[in-house]
Design a protein around this ligand. Structure first.
Ligand SMILES: NCC(=O)CCC(=O)O
Length: 335
């Protein structure tokens, strides 16, 4: 309804709808539930251990057995899906990133363990070479150039190894041209018709990924930047073109990344395409909030839910967030 159709003051008094909690609850336009969240988890080698990540206060890398515990915790909290990211030792990183399609690499091993122990939870795995590539890039590098079509062959092998391990959602995050089509065709050819694809469709070349690269051990490896494949932060029309291409190639869901500084992009994508739309509240966003919360500059209980609620208001169906378990606990406590 346009404001022009409201009665004039004093007959219209918008504050009437805000005067008590029950009426605010009744007329709230968007809501956040644990079911809207995907929890990203970092996997490392070893047994029954974890390792805090200094630039992400409150987040640790977990061994596979602890990832299984985390998956149980997520399921108990009503979080429907977790995303796994590997901390890969420098000794297994190569220019060809072959570890990416090792059936027994960390994320594939963790996926099998989680699907055995907590079959009801969804597992999302990134398709991109950066954790495994000695150049730190998402694709194969030849003479200083991230080559597109050769990278697609590697990404296809990685995707197949991941669905073979039991992964439910492939998240191609590499931003190579044509990768969704190549992966979708390979899935069809290998009888994986039910494998979901959530494409990182509008992924920007962002400084907000810094702590993530620490978490997966890629900070030291990255040579140069990712601006020849990830998007320029000045653009939104380009995001719509990327989303359109990924949907035409067979993506089931799309993602915008980073999240909070890109809510305008989320809104445009949702309005334009009306497909399941997700955003990633990335490591730098987490670090900003967690740092301020840790210093008592922000009220954590409030700011976590407000920051996640903003994604729902911007049209997102779900959010990948390192705050997922805390947020779900806060929501449970509020009921
Ligand atoms: N492909 C996954 C990421 O790059 C995550 C970035 C972040 O959390 O900063």
């Amino acid at each position: 309804m346009s404001p022009a159709r409201l009665a004039p003051f004093p007959f219209s008094r918008p504050r009437r709808l805000r005067r008590a909690g029950w009426i605010r609850d009744l007329v709230r336009e968007t809501r956040l539930r644990p079911e809207d969240l995907i929890w990203p988890i970092f996997v490392m080698d070893g047994v029954d251990a974890e390792e805090p990540i200094p630039s992400m206060p409150g987040v640790s890398r977990l061994t596979v057995d602890r990832c299984v515990e985390a998956a149980r915790r997520a399921a108990d909290l009503g979080i429907p899906c977790i995303a796994l990211f590997p901390y890969t030792d420098a000794s297994v990183k190569t220019p060809g990133a072959e570890e990416a399609w090792n059936p027994d690499n960390l994320v594939n091993t963790a996926t099998r363990a989680i699907k055995r122990a907590v079959p009801g939870i969804g597992v999302l795995l990134d398709v991109a070479l950066d954790p495994y590539n000695s150049d730190g890039h998402d694709g194969i590098v030849r003479d200083g150039v991230v080559v597109n079509d050769e990278s697609l062959m590697a990404l296809e092998k990685q995707a197949l190894a991941q669905v073979e391990a039991g992964c439910d959602i492939l998240g191609p995050s590499d931003m190579m041209d044509g990768r969704i089509g190549i992966i979708r065709r390979a899935l069809e050819e290998h009888d994986y018709q039910d494998a979901l694809i959530m494409s990182y469709a509008a992924k920007y070349a962002s400084a907000f990924y810094g702590p993530f690269r620490d978490a997966v051990g890629a900070s030291g490896a990255l040579k140069g930047d990712k601006k020849t494949y990830q998007m320029d932060f000045g653009n939104t029309d380009e995001a719509l073109r990327e989303v359109a291409l990924d949907l035409e190639e067979g993506a089931d869901m799309v993602m915008v990344k980073p999240g909070m500084p890109y809510l305008d992009v989320c809104r445009r994508v949702k309005t334009e395409f009306q497909v399941p739309t997700f955003a990633y509240q990335v490591s730098g966003e987490y670090a900003m909030l967690a740092g301020a919360i840790g210093n008592d500059w922000l009220d954590g209980d409030k700011v976590i839910l407000e920051s996640l609620g903003a994604f729902r208001r911007a049209g997102c169906d779900g959010i990948l967030t390192y705050f997922a378990p805390q947020a779900a606990e806060l929501m449970e406590a509020a009921i």
